[in-house]
Design a protein around this ligand. Sequence first.
Ligand code: FEO
Length: 173
Amino acid sequence: MIDKKIQDAFNGQINAEIYSSYLYLSMEAYFGSINLPGFANWMRCQAQEELLHAMKFFDFINERGGDVNLTQIDGPPTKWDSPLHAFEEAYKHEQKVTALINGLVDLAIADRDHASANFLQWFVTEQVEEEASAYDVVQRLKLAGDQGGGMFMIDRELATRTFVYPTAGTQGA
Ligand code: FEO
């Protein structure tokens, strides 16, 4: 049985992960509006991953006999100054999520909840990748500067990202 304190914190993380999905969907719409379909594709894949993150917490709370409590999701921003600005914000957002995950790990350890601490390790690893992938695009956009050719190449590359919904028992893609 999951402790109420951990359950409430995990419910808060479900909200944060769905907000992340909302944020990236909003970024997808922004990139679509400025005719960068590859960037938009990258954001769609990212938004889908975030929903999976939320579902991992959802399933874990249920498995441990807790109550899932879904709460209102804030509206994300809808406009950014440039592709670089959007990706800088995505990177900053992932740093915030990393801090949230670290806080949950601290809470689980303080509560001597080894099952939750173990469950959270997947997210600790995932956040390294989440930060790195957003930061990688930030760096490439900085290198490309205002050059249309560079932007076009990055767009073509980001168009190749795919998202495959994991089959039962393999969630964690
Ligand atoms: Fe769910 Fe991008 O962290």
